[in-house]
Design a protein around this ligand. Structure first.
Ligand SMILES: *[C@@H]1O[C@H](CO)[C@@H](O)[C@H](O)[C@H]1NC(C)=O
Ligand SMILES: *[C@@H]1O[C@H](CO)[C@@H](O)[C@H](O)[C@H]1NC(C)=O
Ligand SMILES: [Cu+2]
Length: 258
């Protein structure tokens, strides 16, 4: 097995991780119903690992998910409602997450501390399976640190489903919905923030007439030096509540709430 110097460094810095240390979001949750694995989420190749190439193609929907590996279904969801992304740890005894079809295991939880965000990008055509995600993206929700000092999505909370609200004003249509969670535990060091991201195919219904923005593009929405990816020290381990954390927007554009 070949291990690069960078991987060795990361292993050293991530000493708390177990062998099945990382995770992804292969299931959606709507009205308490958890989907089948990869039913509405674009499958990814390789084993669930954090993405460190924040400005690369994997930062959008994960490894090899610029297009779906196979056609997946589209989930209907009303503007104004909530959608969940359920977490799953690394596949054991498998080389590739795309070969794993096990059901959601509620005993697994996201044991990293950091913000979560959700993003939308409207497909130009009718078939999301043909959409490369190269259009406009806007951010629709963020789970920051409501008390200004602890991330809402942190290890002690044992969260296994991240929930996001689709703004009521979102125009109806077919969208790629990207969910992201960051592990900021190593945020004091450059390029150690762990990014976890997956994308669902959704059809948003309703009569929204909003104009979403500001918009950005993938790849390119993030840079490793963005505050929000590489945290300034005071924000990494705050000793008192900080407005920046309380009003967290993350890297990329500000949240559009319609
Ligand atoms: C997300 O919603 C589900 C219900 O669909 C709930 O079980 C779960 O606790 C929620 N997660 C959070 C972090 O609130
Ligand atoms: C993408 O898929 C190809 C073909 O299956 C594979 O060789 C490659 O390693 C994958 N890339 C990543 C980043 O997983
Ligand atoms: Cu990790």
């Amino acid at each position: 097995m070949k291990i690069s110097l960078q991987q060795l460094t990361l292993l050293g810095l991530s000493g708390l991780h177990q062998a099945n240390g990382h995770y992804g979001y292969p299931y959606t949750v709507v009205d308490g119903v958890v989907s089948k694995r990869w039913e509405y989420i674009r499958p990814v190749t390789g084993i669930f690992q954090p993405n460190y190439d924040y400005s690369g193609p994997s930062a959008m929907c994960g490894n090899n998910a610029t297009l779906p590996l196979w056609p997946i279904k589209t989930l209907k969801i009303a503007a104004g409602s909530t959608i969940g992304f359920a977490a799953k740890g690394q596949s054991m005894n498998r080389r590739d997450e795309s070969e794993d079809f096990t059901d959601f295991d509620p005993s697994f939880y996201m044991y990293h501390n950091g913000p979560a965000t959700a993003w939308l990008s409207k497909a130009p055509g009718d078939d999301l399976n043909e959409y490369k995600g190269d259009g406009d993206w806007f951010k629709i929700d963020v789970k920051g640190a409501s008390d200004g000092i602890h991330w809402d999505y942190r290890s002690e909370e044992r969260i296994n489903i991240m929930n996001f609200t689709i703004p009521a004003a979102t125009p109806p249509g077919k969208y790629l919905l990207r969910a992201e969670h960051l592990n900021m535990e190593n945020g004091g060091s450059y390029r150690t923030t762990e990014m976890y991201q997956n994308c669902a195919h959704v059809e948003i219904t309703g009569s929204g007439t909003g104009t979403p923005g500001p918009v950005t593009h993938f790849p390119g929405a993030f840079n490793a030096k963005d505050p929000g990816i590489w945290l300034p020290n005071a924000l990494w381990r705050p000793i008192q509540p900080m407005d920046e954390l309380k009003n967290w927007q993350g890297a990329g554009p500000k949240v559009w709430r319609g």
